[in-house]
Structures are given as C-alpha cells and as structure tokens.
Design a binder for this molecule. Structure first.
Ligand code: AP5
Length: 211
C-alpha cells in the first residue's frame, strides 16, 4: 500500500497514520516529524526548517523534496509507505508522481481527512507532544503514557501560528485535493469522532477503493 494522508493541521493525520501504518505494515513517513527530529539533534536541516515552521510557513520545496526522495530509497519502503504531511503543494505532488513513475510504483490512494476549522483550533491549542517519543495527546496530561517523557506544546501550536498554518493550507495545500481527484486517487472521510472509528472508516474506504 502506497498511501498519502491529506488534511489541514490538526485533522489527525499523525494520529491516524500510526494506526494505518500498523494495520498495513508500512512505514509512517511524516515530514513534520523528520524536521522536528532534525531540530532536536541540532542538524543544519533542522535549524533551517525551524525558521519556517515557527512562522507556519512551508519549508522550501528544494529542501523537502530532496529529503523525501532520499527517504523513499530506504529498504523499508519496498512494500509501501504512508506519507503524512507530504506533498503539501501541487509542485511537491508533481515531483512525487515523477519519482514514483520512474520506479513504476505509483500511489494507490490519497486519503483526505475532512474537518472544520473550529474543531482544528480546539484540538491544536490543547495538543501536547512527548519530547521523548513524539507521541501526541489531546489534553494536558503530565507525562507520556508510552515512554514517561515530558510533554510540551509545539511552538507552531500558538494561536497566531495556527492561524497562518490554516491560511497556508487553504492557499497552498488544498489544491492537491483537486490534483488527486483528477488522478482518480482521492478518498475523503470525516475526521471527527472516536479515533478508532475514523481508522475503521479509512480502512473500509481504502479496501472499497482498491477492490
Ligand atoms: P506537520 O508536523 O506535518 O504539521 P501539520 O500538517 O500542521 O499537522 P499536525 O501535526 O499539526 O496535525 P495532524 O493532522 O498530524 O493532527 P494530530 O494527529 O497531531 O508540519 C509542521 C510544519 O513542518 C509545517 O507547518 C511546515 O512548516 C513543515 N512541513 C512539514 N511538511 C512539509 C512539506 N511537505 N513541505 C513544506 N513544509 C513542511 O492531531 C491533532 C490533535 O488532535 C492531537 O492532540 C490529537 O491527540 C487530537 N486528535 C486526533 N484525532 C482526534 C479525534 N478523532 N478526536 C479528538 N481529538 C483528536
């Protein structure tokens, strides 16, 4: 299964990606997580990305495309992958299509998580992320229930940055929905309700699409 998750910030892409990657036994590749891991390590890539992420802007395509192209050469992607947060504009979608066409391994589906802005703002302003393992939580817990790590609020989950991320999504990322619809790859599901119910409807929609 070669799957793309599309949806605005806070739609639950990362949350669903964990369950879907486990279900299909494929690696979960989140460009946001890769940037944050690089930042934690203090690499030049992380420091370069931080300036954009903190403002809610996209990291330049030249940097992001090279990073994803490299990740897709790793052996664990041979039987598929789940991309979370990439592509994020039509130019990235075109690069991905070209890279996969060369390998004769096209995308199977682009799964859009649909959600209203009011719910997004509620989710992102209360989200906490584990410093240790990166797991996300919907509320203000004391520590991570998986690794015991400290929980923190992402710098880009501040109110003014959330507003800019939503604008960037509408202006630059939403057009990829039409792109994948035209390609005949788009599936849209509502992203509100219990996490397990959303995972279930994603799996049902995917098996219907791919049957
Ligand atoms: P990235 O890390 O990809 O952020 P995002 O797309 O803005 O998505 P989020 O991580 O905020 O949300 P999510 O949809 O994963 O939701 P989550 O599951 O956490 O990107 C960050 C930045 O990196 C970008 O702004 C950009 O600068 C840069 N970047 C990344 N990719 C790039 C690219 N391709 N090109 C250029 N730049 C790039 O859920 C949110 C909250 O809701 C959590 O608290 C969760 O517990 C809760 N929740 C989840 N599901 C439910 C539910 N069903 N009910 C109630 N609560 C729920």
């Amino acid at each position: 299964m070669r799957l793309i998750l599309v949806g605005p910030p806070g739609a639950g892409k990362g949350t669903q990606a964990v369950h879907l990657a486990q279900h299909y036994s494929i690696p979960h590749i989140s460009t946001g997580d890769i940037f944050r891991a690089n930042l934690k390590e203090g690499t030049p890539l992380g420091l370069q990305a931080k300036g954009y992420m903190d403002k809610g802007e996209l990291v330049p395509d030249s940097v992001t495309n090279a990073m994803v192209k490299d990740r897709l050469t790793h052996a664990d992607t041979a039987n598929g992958f789940l991309l979370d947060g990439f592509p994020r504009n039509v130019a990235q979608a075109e690069v991905l299509r070209a890279v996969l066409a060369e390998k004769k391994t096209p995308i199977d589906a682009a799964l859009e998580l649909s959600i209203e802005n009011a719910e997004i703002i509620k989710r992102l302003s209360s989200r906490r992320t584990c410093r240790g393992c990166g797991k996300v939580f919907p509320g203000q817990l004391d520590k991570c229930d998986s690794c015991g790590g400290e929980l923190y609020q992402r710098d880009d989950d501040k109110e003014e940055v959330i507003a800019r991320r939503l604008e960037v999504y509408a202006e630059q990322t939403a057009p990829i929905i039409a792109f994948y619809r035209t390609e005949g790859l788009l599936i849209t599901i509502p992203a509100v309700g219990e996490v397990s119910e959303i995972t279930g409807s994603a799996i049902r929609a995917l098996s219907q699409k791919l049957s």
